[in-house]
Design a protein around this ligand. Structure first.
Ligand SMILES: [Zn+2]
Length: 367
């Protein structure tokens, strides 16, 4: 690790591109070293930078050359930053960086990770890029908080949430995760590389890679939301996100958001009859479509979540938790030819004995 901080060497065709040390006084070099110094205080098992020279090719443009008038050559490549936390990530988490390699005489150095932000290509950030985090650890959870935050208190609540999920979700998962509480929602947007407005959301379950072959999941808590939340509300939110982490192992590309979000809320609000009544009040008989979860006002998004809870509560009420879990796993394992809708239909038929359309109709007439 220390060697990587001092000099990450990336080679291609005999050319060595060296990270940071060639220009440790430049703004990128200074930030990278600061970030690395914070990272090595955490339980990191592995770290590497892996360039994808051929994935997107050289992304540098004439205007990037103008930025570095003293350079003999400027290239911008997609580089994957990979790291794994010991005891939490079975495989390395990977994150996209867009790094500018600058050659002066025969020496290459990395000059920037932000030159492509004007076209929306942001290098992914981690909480330690914003300063050395507060660290707290329990047997099953690792908590990283913005400097000055009480991440240990948050971790306690997350442990309770973890036990709640284990009680209601019998499918296998690692039962361990990393909890992150950045300083504000702007940092969150950089960490999760949000392409939508994160303001209406109080927490996120986040991972890189696809469901099932994801290398490591994170729960990200929005600090203001938690600062003003009661203990009960904080537990409720973390239970919801913990479910997402638990379910990831059984999920897949065909999983509709309404099932994920409805199930997460069903566990979150278990035993809260008022929450269920409220949800059924929003149900209009139309199962929410995926895009509805990201587009719209906070009120509209809230209503979409309520409709999802209503539908999943109906599913579990009528068919039971065992079948609901089996349906989830069936949808999660579906891949291959045909449309997503056809695959969903097949899963509903196989597990519940009726099509998705018939399920929607049955739910609508139950309200
Ligand atoms: Zn959710």
């Amino acid at each position: 690790l220390l060697a990587a901080r001092a000099e990450a060497v990336i080679e291609r065709d005999g050319t060595a591109f060296r990270r940071t040390l060639a220009d440790p006084k430049g703004p990128y070099g200074r930030a990278a070293i600061r970030s690395f110094d914070a990272l090595v205080t955490l339980p990191v098992r592995s770290y590497s930078l892996v360039p994808s020279f051929d994935a997107l090719g050289d992304l540098g443009r004439p205007r990037d050359e103008v930025r570095y008038p003293a350079a003999d050559e400027v290239r911008i490549y997609l580089v994957q930053e990979r790291y794994a936390f010991d005891g939490f990530d079975e495989r390395a988490v990977f994150q996209d960086h867009y790094l500018t390699f600058v050659r002066r005489a025969d020496r290459w150095s990395i000059a920037s990770d932000s030159d492509l932000e004007d076209v929306g290509l942001f290098s992914q950030k981690n909480i330690w890029d914003f300063g050395a985090p507060e660290v707290s650890r329990s047997e099953n959870l690792l908590g990283l908080g913005a400097p000055g935050s009480d991440v240990a208190a948050l971790l306690d609540v997350a442990e309770t949430a973890r036990r709640r999920v284990i009680e209601r979700w019998s499918r296998p998962w690692s039962e361990r995760t990393v909890l992150i509480q950045p300083a504000d929602s702007e940092q969150i947007a950089h960490i999760i590389q949000a392409t939508y407005d994160v303001a209406p959301y109080v927490a996120f379950a986040f991972w890189t890679g696809g469901a099932k072959d994801f290398p490591g999941a994170r729960i990200i808590a929005e600090p203001e939301a938690f600062a003003s939340a009661s203990a009960e509300r904080a537990l409720s939110i973390l239970t919801h996100e913990m479910f997402h982490v638990a379910a990831l192992e059984s999920s897949g590309p065909s999983m509709p958001h309404f099932i994920d979000e409805g199930y997460a809320q069903w566990i979150q609000y278990l035993g809260d009859a008022a929450a269920l009544t409220r949800a059924h009040g929003y149900a209009d008989g139309d199962l929410p479509e995926d895009h509805e979860f990201f587009i719209g006002s906070a009120d509209e998004i809230y209503a979409v979540y309520q409709r999802s809870l209503s539908a999943v509560a109906y599913l579990i009420d009528r068919w039971g938790e065992g079948k609901a879990e089996r349906l989830y796993a069936r949808i999660g394992s579906m891949d291959g030819p045909g449309t997503a809708a056809a695959r969903l239909d097949a899963a509903f038929e196989a597990v519940l004995g009726l099509s998705l359309n018939d399920f929607e109709g049955a739910w609508a007439s139950s309200i």
